[in-house]
Write a protein that binds this ligand. Structure first.
Ligand code: SAH
Ligand code: SF4
Length: 364
């Protein structure tokens, strides 16, 4: 039987070692291979000169190193870069690089679209097609690195799973990709510099605590269940109290410093002082920090951005209650690369009735 060709980009070290062992080879070849792939960006077996010729020939029949194709690139006036990558069947996903003083953040996608249906989010409004593979997630980081070149100011220091998709709905690929990002022989990023953002898939947060040690961000967006049921529909299954409990457990189990709560400021919807006070009550005395995100508009939305002074008053209520709160700068909005604007091209294949069933299945 001809062995299947296995794309090994994004494969964690322990899986690669198992692959070599199952081939009757020594596990240390995994380290050699990873150094070529991630340390030196070499994707040609022939150039991997510390692997014997015989081993390279064996590998040629069994593994590939395939990255998604870049199909478009836009540069924003503020230095943000957005790329479009092909995702099969005429579809596209997007990733965004955000340069800041002393750091560079790459925002990666985890799914083609998203099934969670948050009404203020361009990705959510596109529907859902499929999960990305670990190769397509780690592939984004590899592609961005090669597109950016080697300069210090263009280095990727942080990776955030805040592009298209709900990362915890694509659990195993995201955990495997994060493993490679953290591995010294992968990208060697510290655990504080890899952040998974979730809309609140509680059972998956619990499982993440067992399998990974990445930083956790949670899209809260509302301080009470009535409002959150509307803004983040997964809340109907896992309400705020349950979600927060899972967050504090995550901190205890993984030893991370805190959880970041994202809160998109929607004019007249969730930005009143009473909301700020409710939010402060939920989070004060816990290892929490808050990121207020100015709403970024997209075609067809009826939501509006809260005025800057409203955001500042909201922030002050939280700060006065002892909750560390930052207002996120909007970056890259002239090329629709800001939070919540990534749309790509998605063939939605989820009718609403199916969508609910899928969300149920995802939570098993
Ligand atoms: N699906 C994950 C991660 C992707 S989105 C999640 O929801 O957490 C990254 C952040 O941008 C999330 O907090 C998301 O709620 C927020 N966001 C979505 N649409 C937005 C918009 N139009 N303006 C500002 N932020 C938005
Ligand atoms: Fe999906 Fe996150 Fe957008 Fe909600 S905010 S629809 S979970 S990508």
């Amino acid at each position: 039987m001809v062995p299947a060709i296995n794309n090994i980009i994004g494969m964690p070290r322990h899986e690669l070692e198992e692959m070599f062992v199952s081939m009757g080879e020594k596990p240390f070849h995994a380290r050699q291979l990873m150094r070529w792939l991630y340390g030196r960006s070499v994707l040609e077996l022939n150039d991997m000169t510390d692997l014997s010729l015989a081993l390279r020939e064996r590998l040629a029949g069994q593994v590939s190193f395939a990255l998604p194709q870049v199909t478009g690139r836009q540069n924003a006036v503020d230095g943000v870069i957005k790329w479009q990558l092909e995702a099969g069947l005429g579809q596209a996903i997007e990733m965004v690089f955000i340069p800041e003083e002393g750091r560079g953040t790459l925002c990666v996608s985890s799914q083609v679209g998203c099934a969670m249906d948050c009404p203020f989010c361009a990705t959510g409004q596109q529907g859902f097609n499929r999960n990305l593979e670990a190769a397509e997630i780690v592939g984004q980081v590899m592609l961005a690195r090669s597109e950016l070149g080697e300069g210090d100011e263009s280095a990727i220091t942080n990776v955030v799973f805040m592009g298209m998709g709900e990362p915890l709905a694509n659990f195993s690929a995201v955990v495997r990709a994060a493993d490679v990002l953290l591995d010294d022989l992968g990208f060697g990023l510290s655990r504080r510099r890899v952040t998974v953002s979730t809309s609140g898939l509680v059972p998956r947060i619990r499982r993440l605590a067992e399998q990974s040690r990445v930083a956790l961000a949670v899209s809260l967006h509302a301080p009470n269940d009535e409002l959150r049921d509307e803004l983040v529909p997964i809340n109907r299954r896992h309400p705020i109290a349950e979600l927060l409990e899972a967050c504090w457990q995550y901190v205890d189990a993984t030893g991370t410093r805190n959880v970041t709560f994202e809160y998109v400021m929607l004019d007249g919807v969730n930005d009143k002082l009473v909301h700020a006070r409710q939010l402060a009550r939920l989070l004060a005395k816990y290892p929490a920090k808050v990121n207020l995100i100015p709403f970024n508009a997209f075609p067809g939305t009826e939501y509006r951005r809260s005025p800057a002074d409203t955001v500042e008053r909201f922030r002050k209520v939280l700060m006065d209650s002892g909750v560390m709160t930052m207002t996120r700068k909007t970056r890259g909005d002239d090329i629709a690369a800001a939070c919540g604007q990534l749309a790509g091209r998605v063939n939605n294949r989820v009718r609403t009735s199916l969508r609910n069933k899928m969300i149920g299945d995802m939570l098993q």
